[in-house]
Design a protein around this ligand. Structure first.
Ligand code: SF4
Length: 301
């Protein structure tokens, strides 16, 4: 798998011309989109329209990931993230995590459905032996199985919850990541954080960790048009607070500004080299409005 296929109809790509830009300040986070848009699930809100059939963004070869980690190490990277698609579909994910953990604290973002006892044991062993911390982020969109599986697919809830329990039993304290996709269905109830924390506490997790993300009009929720940022919007705004000022993503075809826009031609900043991507990035996409308005980051913190 080497060449990228054309964008699917569900991924609309506006032009980057005349967009405001964000300066590059430092390399804090290296993201590796290891499986491209290849996933065993097909969530209705997926920001890059991942799925099991013919990923439009291909997985990257292990040597590409290793070269990026070596370069990032030389450039002083502080954190490494593996994402996709579903990273645990990649045949070399454990070896790559081991390599990453020599360089920096490392996080893998997963739907959790492929983490069984054996995988949880391997991840725990990796974490014990590593020089840096290993974080596992497991996606779960609702504490109600029916609502979750309506978004993420039949059976996804039980498998993700099982993964959370297996990791917790081995001391890995997973971060549960949820989007606000079903939050309107809980109007009048407890807030999302409280609801998720209560749910995890009910599983016996003494120190629940929850990260909430906004929903982006991107990927399967993409639509044509949509407001875009202007210079006027950014007057008095500190652009260095946007994650694209300090993150870069290695994915098939090159290096991109941020994990949200990985694979989109307008967000591509270099054909391969990380340092070559250290330049202004255009804030050209409607998703940049969401970042600007919500202050969100894809990072753990
Ligand atoms: S989507 Fe967010 S992180 Fe990505 S380039 Fe736009 S503002 Fe930056």
């Amino acid at each position: 798998m080497s060449s990228r296929m054309s964008l699917p109809l569900v991924v609309h790509e506006p032009g980057a011309g005349h967009a405001p830009v964000v300066p590059f300040l430092r390399l804090s986070a290296l993201w590796i989109q290891i499986t491209g848009t290849w996933c065993n699930l097909e969530c209705t809100h997926c920001i890059n329209a991942s799925g099991p059939d013919e990923p439009w963004l291909k997985p990257i070869a292990p040597e590409v990931a290793r070269a990026a980690m070596r370069e990032a190490d030389e450039l002083g990277v502080k954190e490494i993230y593996f994402t996709g698609g579903e990273p645990f579909l990649h045949g070399e994910i454990l070896a790559l995590l081991a390599d990453a953990l020599v360089v920096a604290p490392t996080t893998v973002l997963t739907n959790g459905t492929l983490i069984d006892e054996a995988m949880a044991d391997r991840l725990a062993a990796l974490a014990r032996a590593a020089a840096y911390s290993l974080e596992i982020r497991v996606s779960l969109d609702d504490t109600d199985p029916e609502k979750n599986d309506r978004v993420r697919g039949a059976g996804a809830f039980n498998k993700a919850v099982r993964a959370i329990q297996l990791l917790h039993e081995r001391g890995l304290l997973p971060i549960v990541t949820a989007t606000e996709i079903t939050s309107h269905e809980h109007a009048g109830g407890r807030g999302m954080y409280e609801r998720f924390r209560g749910f995890l506490a009910g599983l016996g997790i003494e120190k629940p960790r929850v990260k909430i993300l906004p929903v982006f009009a991107l990927g399967r929720l993409s639509r044509e048009g949509g407001r875009r940022l202007t210079e006027e919007d950014l007057e008095g705004f500190e652009r260095g607070t946007l994650q694209c000022s300090e993150s870069r993503v290695v994915a098939d075809g090159g290096v991109y500004a941020c994990p949200i826009l990985a694979g989109l031609p307008g967000a591509k900043l270099s054909d391969g080299g990380l340092e070559a991507s250290f330049r202004d990035a255009p804030l050209y996409h409607p998703s940049c409005v969401t970042c600007h308005e919500t202050g969100m980051t894809c990072k753990n913190g």
